[in-house]
Design a protein around this ligand. Structure first.
Ligand SMILES: NC(=O)c1ccc[n+]([C@@H]2O[C@H](COP(=O)([O-])OP(=O)(O)OC[C@H]3O[C@@H](n4cnc5c(N)ncnc54)[C@H](O)[C@@H]3O)[C@@H](O)[C@H]2O)c1
Length: 343
């Protein structure tokens, strides 16, 4: 039996964990990594992870009762950036580290390219034009009107909500395409924003001025439904909303209504409030003016193995009591209570 047990709460039984295992083996850490299928409920997470020294997680639920039921866990390591499924306060109270893998380490290029793909597809009306050609329509009627309504993007305004790693990567690509980029982020200094060639603005100004709004803020109590009916009403009727962050940042029912009524022109969505996978009865599926992708903006043949390897490397650090690279609750390191962190 291995000295340490790492449990993945979101993978099928027998998943290969090739990159994670390689990182552990190269570091000479005697740890097994196991999985029992996707744990969709707190009870299933507890069942799978109660003996774990480290839990590595996708989007499974970690409310307070789960954290309290993991007596050995030193750390919860999230495959990715967002940690909105974890009760961080409970983890801190129990001395459990919450770690993430920052976007520059694995997906900043992929996700910002995904946003550019949404922007350009919307600007050039790619999806309806593709459908029209397949239906045998060639620059006639509605297709002709669409073609003439299609824009270039130079000089158009992109509003970035949340100017962290992914907001910045998106802004950089948009600037290269000739967009005028404005941003709202209450936690980034105006000077730092301006230094990127981006104009710092209020959320109200961003919504009023943008031809495209791209969301890159974390999901938390403060940002839940940041884009609600009132926010959508402030946008231009020709504007598009892009959400690759987290579904509940947008009031999805209000968005459906705005898309139906022409309050805004369209949307590109990678993340959803109604649930993931998107439920079969989601009204979004019946709308022509929305582009949908399955929470795939960060994925590529390059980013996934990189992410898996980084999770393995962070598990090595945790098991060796070395400070991981991205700790959400560093207070745990300052007043250790499960083990002595050697940093
Ligand atoms: N679709 C995907 O596959 C995918 C992949 C990675 C990350 N994400 C999501 O993208 C989000 C952003 O990732 P990141 O790496 O840029 O994170 P980050 O922490 O580097 O940046 C988040 C930024 O949002 C800002 N912010 C916080 N509250 C805000 C508010 N109320 N209004 C505006 N801005 C606010 C922060 O100040 C910070 O600058 C993550 O939280 C995650 O939910 C999605």
């Amino acid at each position: 039996m291995a000295r340490y047990r790492i449990v993945h709460t979101g993978q099928p039984p027998g998943a290969p964990f090739t990159e994670e295992r390689r990182a552990l083996a190269e570091a000479g850490v005697d740890a097994e990594i196991v999985s029992y299928g996707k744990c969709a409920t707190p009870a299933r997470v507890i069942e799978a992870a109660r003996d774990a020294d480290v839990v590595v997680i996708g989007s499974e639920p970690f409310p307070a009762e789960v954290v309290a039921a993991l007596p050995k866990a030193r750390a919860l390591i999230r495959y990715g950036v967002g940690f909105d499924t974890i009760d961080v306060d409970a983890a801190t109270a129990h001395g459990v580290l919450v770690c993430t893998i920052p976007a520059p380490d694995f997906c900043a290029d992929e996700l910002s390219s995904h946003v550019m793909a949404f922007l350009l597809a919307c600007a050039r009306k790619l999806v309806p034009l593709d459908r029209a050609v397949r239906a045998g329509v060639w620059r006639e009627g509605a297709t002709r009107a669409m073609t003439l309504a299609a824009g270039g993007v130079a000089g158009e305004t992109l509003g970035v909500v949340g100017l962290g790693n992914l907001g910045r990567a998106t802004a950089r690509k948009a600037l290269a395409l000739g967009f005028n980029v404005i941003a709202f982020d209450p936690y980034v200094e105006k000077e730092a924003t301006a230094a990127l060639g981006v104009e710092p603005v209020s959320l109200a100004d961003l919504l009023r001025r943008s031809d495209y709004v791209s969301i890159h803020a974390p999901l938390n109590r403060e940002t839940y439904h940041l884009i609600d009916a009132a926010a959508l009403a402030q946008m231009k009727p020709t504007a598009y909303l892009i959400n690759t962050a987290r579904g509940p940042l947008v009031d999805e029912a209000a968005l459906v209504e705005a898309l139906r009524s022409g309050t805004i022109a369209g949307a590109g969505l990678d993340t959803f409030e109604a649930g993931e996978p998107l439920p079969e009865d989601s009204p979004l599926l019946d709308l022509d003016n929305v582009l949908l992708t399955p929470h795939s903006a960060a994925f590529s043949y390059r980013s996934m193995p990189t992410l898996q390897r980084r999770v393995g490397e962070e598990a090595v650090k945790v098991l060796r009591c070395v400070r991981p690279a991205s700790v959400v609750n560093p207070a745990v390191l300052e007043r250790p209570n499960r083990l002595t962190w050697g940093m």
